[in-house]
Design a protein around this ligand. Structure first.
Ligand SMILES: [Zn+2]
Ligand SMILES: [Zn+2]
Length: 89
């Protein structure tokens, strides 16, 4: 099984996928397939990086960083773009 998935694939919260391969978050019941995803998620609890991308869950310390990420990482997907726009309201 490959980990080289698209952002939309990684976003899929398929219950089977999440339960069969998951590292539990110490702060909430969520499970993550990889350590780096879990660590990135934990930062959303600690508040170190309060600006979280609604599309892929990646967090940023500055709103500018999130905005730049949103454009570079998700600009291609029209539907995703809409989500990003909404998240900035
Ligand atoms: Zn959590
Ligand atoms: Zn993102």
């Amino acid at each position: 099984m490959s980990y080289f998935l698209s952002y939309s694939d990684m976003l899929t919260e398929d219950p089977t996928f999440m339960s069969t391969m998951g590292k539990p978050c110490p702060y909430c019941p969520k499970l993550f397939p990889t350590n780096w995803k879990l660590n990135a998620h934990i930062l959303t609890h600690t508040g170190e990086k309060p600006f979280r991308c609604d599309t892929c869950g990646k967090s940023f310390q500055r709103k500018e960083g999130l905005k730049k990420h949103a454009i570079t990482a998700h600009l291609l997907d029209k539907k995703t773009k809409e989500t990003i726009r909404l998240s900035f309201i």
